[in-house]
Write a protein that binds this ligand. Sequence first.
Ligand code: SF4
Ligand code: SF4
Length: 472
Amino acid sequence: MKAGMRDGNPGLQRGVLPDTAAPAMNSALRWETVGKELASSSEQRPASDLELVFLPDPKVYDGSFADNAWLQELPDPITKLTWDNAAMLSPATAAKLGAGTGDMIHLRVQGRELRVPALVVPGHADDSISLHLGYGRRADAEPVARGVGFDGYMLWSGNRALLLSGVQAGLVRENGSPVRHTLATTQTHWAMEGRPLVLEATLEEYRQHPGFTKRESGRALSLYQPQRYTGNQWAMVIDQSLCTGCGGCVVACQAENNIPVVGKEGVLNSREMHWLRIDRYLTGSANDPEIVAQPMLCQHCEQAPCEYVCPVGATEHSPDGLNEMVYNRCVGTRFCSNNCPYKVRRFNWFNYNANVSETEAMAKNPDVTVRARGVMEKCTFCVQRIRAAEIEAGISGRPIRDGEFTTACAQACPADAIIFGSFTDPASTVAQRGAEPRAYAVLHELGTEPRVRYLARVTNPNPALAEPPHEL
Ligand code: SF4
Ligand code: SF4
């Protein structure tokens, strides 16, 4: 028996020394008060001051979820930034500081200083800097989060105030040159360039022209025969009036389908593997733009441009309307990705699943193949769930019921913006919603006949406040 235990040493027996805990401190952040603080500060603040607003990060919150690689790689809903945080500021404020995206700036307030990269965000309030908390972690216990981003808490006074005024900011220079930090974003372009990708109308416009989404079909131009089906035709409808661009569906898809994380370097090389991404565009006036989000995934085209160019038939059409990948046939030419107008295919540049520990392997979905290096992959409409439902229905001797199962993205969406089902049953929710006047297909004019339908975004702005909409 060890001496401490024999002597009745409580520290050795219990593993802690009793009554030696540091006094408890309540530093819980009150995000809900930020709006009030902002309102009162704009009344009191001299116009020349910069203000700094601390915000919970949309992915890692206050840092509680920072060690989750899925969340670190999930693009920010607005800026599309991954694996980092940054000082977000308006184009006018950035111009005042002489800073561009990726330039390091120093923020000084109440005797504290933080160096952080600038990120110019159109539509951001002038003379204000927003900083997401939860980054710049240093603990060994967080191997994923350690060293990622910049620690906003270094500037925070700890008194629950989430807004600081009187902030000094300036460009960080070394040897006369601005210091740069590379930011990994998944979408750097904000405009639709005149293409009808996200269709939107005000409620008034929609009432006057409910069929405003209808455009000429490209089918007459197709050289290929239409597909013929006898059973279910799986399809999806995405309501853009409901989608907030949160990205919950992206992570759900990643978890369900064993999609690897590629890290910051991979994102910088445009090698992120997400089967579902949220495209973000700016609309409205240049001074006060609005952000619209469009979930983009394989459209399971009836006339799929990817299928026609695969030299080994590794991507094929299934009898129930899916565009399928046969991983064992794929030789990695990537012709399919080149020919896909929606750019939703992902290529395994490395064997991301090599050397996973036994514990990590147990986190994989056993119903989904783990892909190897050199293989193309993309959304399957969660085919493993479709086949499981078919087996279940077959055993019970009945057809699959509408709503009996759904895809991981639709299941996770907090706004119920994604509807999945079979177009074969005209009474199914997906068939009914897909027949709404708001329904349209993205890049329909190419004749791809997508199986994903989008419902145009309808807004109801206060006419006294609205500026005439136009694409940026
Ligand atoms: Fe193929 Fe792209 Fe159409 Fe999917 S969206 S079926 S990958 S062409
Ligand atoms: Fe979020 Fe739903 Fe939109 Fe996906 S579809 S980004 S889960 S609101």
